[in-house]
Design a protein around this ligand. Structure first.
Ligand code: C2E
Ligand code: CA
Ligand code: CA
Ligand code: CA
Length: 282
């Protein structure tokens, strides 16, 4: 097939056509997803590790889910990029913020321990001038203190324009919101920027956690990230923790918090509350 340039070309374009047809279909469907109530949030527990071997639920990460009547469940890995190129991420992101904080408020009323709500921010939202005001408005509207919200920004998004990122982080920080760098280790940031970013936490990317028990290099990378975070006074949370072996290594190295299937998959709100109450009886 490699020699037959024409066929290879034809194959390539038909695949590209199928791809763009799917993208167009998703784009059109996504335009109506919000108003048709097809979007929902699942929540994954975040746990703090203590030296006595315990793990305590300290927060939840809100993760967007889309269920379409014909297309079924569409992965955020597929639809978030489409939401970003079309700008739909702005209304969707505002809805996520509003919904996640309202849920946090309902959990407070239901007597759950005071948790932090971590919400993912797209680079598109982060670049939007209105972001700090929008966050302030939603917090005030829901009536949740700013420090209960943690915004997760990927390292790649922060490094798109570090100087601009520093300004937005300053504004959000001034409002009392917590910030963390998501997918840390994948985005080429430098020590000097980390010092200037107003973040309190690095989320160690799951690609480094996956093979932690047998990959010497990944162990060295994770150890280096934790040491560097300590030196800068930042906390670390490892994501994608699936095994006891990974957990043991992370705890030994002094990682403060974890998140992953070992504890729980992302859950609908009611299941999350039941999970928390089973772990921390009132
Ligand atoms: P992320 O922010 O890095 O989220 C972590 C992803 O890892 C989630 O996938 C989560 O379900 C998955 N995960 C958690 N624990 C484990 C584990 O132990 N093993 C493995 N293999 N995976 C685990 P999900 O929910 O499919 O989300 C994918 C990405 O979509 C997120 O990556 C984030 O970048 C984006 N995303 C999700 N919700 C939102 C949102 O509300 N806004 C924005 N802007 N992006 C979102
Ligand atoms: Ca995240
Ligand atoms: Ca991540
Ligand atoms: Ca990711």
């Amino acid at each position: 097939a490699k020699k037959d340039g024409r066929n290879a070309y034809r194959f390539f374009t038909s695949e590209m056509q199928a791809q763009s047809a799917r993208t167009l279909q998703l784009e059109n469907a996504l335009r109506r997803a919000l108003e048709r109530h097809q979007l929902s949030l699942h929540y994954q527990p975040q746990l703090a590790l203590s030296s006595d071997g315990q793990a305590r639920i300290i927060g939840a990460e809100a993760l967007l889910r889309w269920q379409h009547p014909e297309l079924g469940w569409v992965s955020p890995a597929e639809f978030i990029p489409i939401a970003e190129t079309t700008g739909l991420i702005l209304p969707i992101g505002e809805w996520v913020l509003q919904e996640a904080l309202s849920q946090l408020h309902r959990w407070d009323l239901a007597g759950l321990p005071k948790l932090t709500m971590a919400v993912n921010l797209s680079a598109v939202q982060f670049r939007h001038d209105d972001l700090p005001d929008l966050v302030g408005r939603v917090l005030a509207h829901v009536g949740v203190p700013a420090e209960r919200l943690e915004l997760e920004l990927t390292e790649g998004a922060a490094m798109e324009n570090p100087a601009a990122a520093i300004i937005v982080m300053k504004e959000l920080h001034a409002r009392g919101v917590q910030l963390s760098i998501d997918d840390f280790g994948t985005g080429h940031s430098s020590l000097s920027y980390l010092k200037k970013f107003r973040v309190g936490k690095l989320k160690i990317d799951q690609s480094f956690v996956r093979d932690l028990t047998d990959d010497v290099e990944d162990r060295a990378i994770v150890d280096a990230i934790i040491r560097m975070a300590e030196a800068l006074g930042l906390e670390t949370l490892a994501e994608g923790v699936e095994t006891q072996g990974q957990l043991d290594f992370l705890r030994r190295q002094g990682c403060q918090a974890v998140q992953g299937y070992l504890f729980s998959r992302p859950l609908p709100a009611e299941a999350f509350a039941a999970f928390v109450l089973a772990e921390n009886p009132p």
